[in-house]
Design a protein around this ligand. Structure first.
Ligand code: PMT
Length: 409
C-alpha cells in the first residue's frame, strides 16, 4: 500500500438518503488502512443509520445536528475543530438538500458550517431519485457548488431504491475510495499533462474461437494509469482484453489486436505529453485467418504461419516530438538489463522499465513487481513492491528526470 494512504484524517458527512447504509463499509475500509475518521450525521441521516453504528466503527463519537453550537468541548467549537482537523471532507450520500446547502453557503447546521469553515477539499457524492437529480434546481446547485470549488461526483445510472431506473445511485464504495485517494494524493505533478498508458495483452485470432495471446492481466498498466490520475494527469488508457476492470477516472479505449492498439496509440499519441507502454503486445499474428471455426476432424496436425505485427513503441519513438516523453517496458526472461537497453535505444524511448518475468512475485499477473528503470544515460533505479508502489515510484523517477527539468535523458 502507498504509505501516504495511511495516517490521514478524513471527515465524512452523511445525509438522509437510503444509500447511507453503505457508508459504514466505507468507514471500515478507510480505517483498515490506518486512517482516522470523524462523522457528521444530519438529522435525517439518523433515520437510516444510528450514531452507535458510526461511533463503533470510527472509535469516536458521532457528531449530530444537535451538537452544533454545543459547548460540551469548551472552546472547541465542533464545526471549526472538525473543519480544521480534516484533510479531506467527503459527503456521501449528498441529498438534493445538502447540495443546495453547499451551493448557497448555508450556515444553520453543523454540516453546512463545517463545509464553509474547512480548507480541506470537499467532495460531494449525490444520490437521489432520478427526477430529483435531473431537476433544474438540483442541476443549478451542482453547477454553483462546482464553481465554488466543491468536487461533485455525478451519480451512477441503474436501478434506484425508489423503484425508478436512471441516474441517482451512489457510486460503488471502491470508486468513493479512489476519489478520496486522489484528493489526498501528496503529488499533483501531472496536473495539466495528458498521459497515455497502454495495458494488458493483445489477441491475434486464427479463427473465431482460437487466438494467440499472453498472460498479461493489465494490473501493471492499470496501476500506472491510476497513479497518474492521482497525480493530476488527464489519463487515457488503451487496453487489451482483461478480466479485471480498469480503474475509475480514466478515459478507456478498448482494443483487441496489436493492429487495433497500433491505430489507437498513434491516434492518441499526438496530443499526449507522456506515453507509457506497459501493454504486452503480440509480436506476431496469423498470416491467414479463417472466418469459420477450423474443424479438428481429419487433421492430426495443422501448420500455421505467423507474420510480424507493427511495433507500436518503435513507431511512436520515430514520430516523437522533443517535448514528449516515451517510457517503454521490456518483459525479459534473460539478460534483463542488456535486452532492455537495446530496446530503449532501438525504439527511441526516453526511459525503459526492465521487468524480470521469471522472478517470483514479478511480471505477469502477480500483484507485485520487481523492475529496473533505465534512462538513456544509463542511470538505473531498482524498485520492488506492489504494482501500485512500483507505478508511484516510476512517476517519481519521471518527475525527477523530466518534469523537474533535470534533463539527464
Ligand atoms: O499486465 P500484468 O499482468 O500486470 O503484467 C505486466 C507486464 C509484465 C505485461 C508489464 O510489466 C510489461 O513488462 N509489459 C511489457 C511487455 C512487453 O511486451 O514487452 P516487450 O519487451 O515485448 O516489448 C517492449 C516494449 O515495446 C513494450 O513497451 C511494448 O509495449 C512495446 N511493443 C512491443 C511489441 C509491439 N509489437 N509493439 C510494441 O509497442
Amino acid at each position: 500500500m502507498l504509505e501516504w494512504k495511511s495516517n490521514r484524517r478524513i471527515l465524512i458527512g452523511i445525509s438522509g438518503g437510503i444509500s447511507a447504509y453503505k457508508i459504514p463499509e466505507i468507514i471500515r475500509a478507510i480505517r483498515k488502512n490506518g486512517n482516522d475518521v470523524e462523522v457528521i450525521l444530519t438529522q435525517s441521516a439518523t433515520s437510516f443509520i444510528t450514531p452507535l453504528t458510526i461511533s463503533t466503527l470510527t472509535g469516536r463519537r458521532a457528531w449530530l445536528e444537535g451538537d452544533f453550537l454545543s459547548n460540551e468541548h469548551g472552546w472547541e467549537i465542533p464545526h471549526i475543530s472538525l473543519a480544521d482537523w480534516a484533510e479531506a471532507f467527503l459527503i456521501a450520500p449528498a441529498t438534493a438538500n445538502v447540495i443546495r446547502r453547499a451551493a448557497l453557503g448555508e450556515a444553520e447546521t453543523l454540516l453546512g458550517t463545517a463545509m464553509l469553515a474547512t480548507r480541506a477539499p470537499v467532495v460531494l457524492f449525490p444520490a437521489m431519485n432520478v427526477h430529483m437529480w435531473e431537476h433544474p434546481a438540483t442541476q443549478r446547485h451542482v453547477e454553483i457548488a462546482r464553481t465554488l470549488g466543491y468536487t461533485v461526483i455525478s451519480p451512477e445510472e441503474g436501478e434506484l431504491a425508489c423503484g425508478y431506473e436512471g441516474k441517482g445511485r451512489l457510486p460503488k464504495n471502491e470508486i468513493i475510495l479512489e476519489v478520496l485517494w486522489k484528493v489526498l494524493s501528496p503529488k499533483k505533478d501531472l496536473a495539466g499533462k495528458k498521459v497515455l498508458v497502454t495495458a494488458g495483452p493483445t489477441r491475434e485470432f486464427m479463427d473465431p474461437v482460437r487466438f494467440l495471446s499472453n498472460p498479461s492481466s493489465g494490473k501493471m498498466g492499470f496501476a500506472i494509469a491510476k497513479t497518474a490520475w492521482y497525480r493530476g494527469g488527464e489519463v487515457t488508457l488503451i487496453k487489451g482484453p482483461t478480466c479485471i476492470e480498469p480503474p475509475y477516472g480514466l478515459r478507456v479505449v478498448n482494443v483487441t489486436t496489436a493492429e487495433e492498439m497500433y491505430d489507437a496509440v498513434l491516434k492518441e499519441s499526438e496530443k499526449t505529453d507522456i506515453i507509457v507502454k506497459a501493454a504486452a503486445v503480440g509480436d506476431y499474428k496469423f498470416a491467414t485467418t479463417s472466418e469459420q471455426k477450423i474443424k479438428r476432424e481429419g487433421k492430426d496436425r495443422i501448420q500455421v504461419t505467423l507474420e510480424e505485427n507493427p511495433d507500436i513503441a518503435a513507431e511512436v519513438g520515430k514520430r516523437k516530438r522533443e517535448d514528449q516523453i516515451l517510457v517503454g517496458f521490456a518483459a525479459e526472461s534473460n539478460e534483463l538489463i542488456e535486452n532492455a537497453i537495446s530496446k530503449l535505444n532501438r525504439k527511441n524511448m526516453d526511459m525503459i522499465v526492465a521487468n524480470d518475468i521469471t522472478a517470483k512475485g514479478s511480471g505477469f499477473e502477480s500483484d507485485t513487481n520487481s523492475v529496473a528503470i533505465i534512462c538513456k544515460n544509463g542511470h538505473m533505479t531498482r524498485i520492488e513492491g506492489t504494482k501500485e508502489e512500483v507505478a508511484w515510484r516510476l512517476w517519481d523517477v519521471i518527475e525527477m528526470k523530466f518534469l523537474a527539468k533535470e534533463d539527464v535523458r
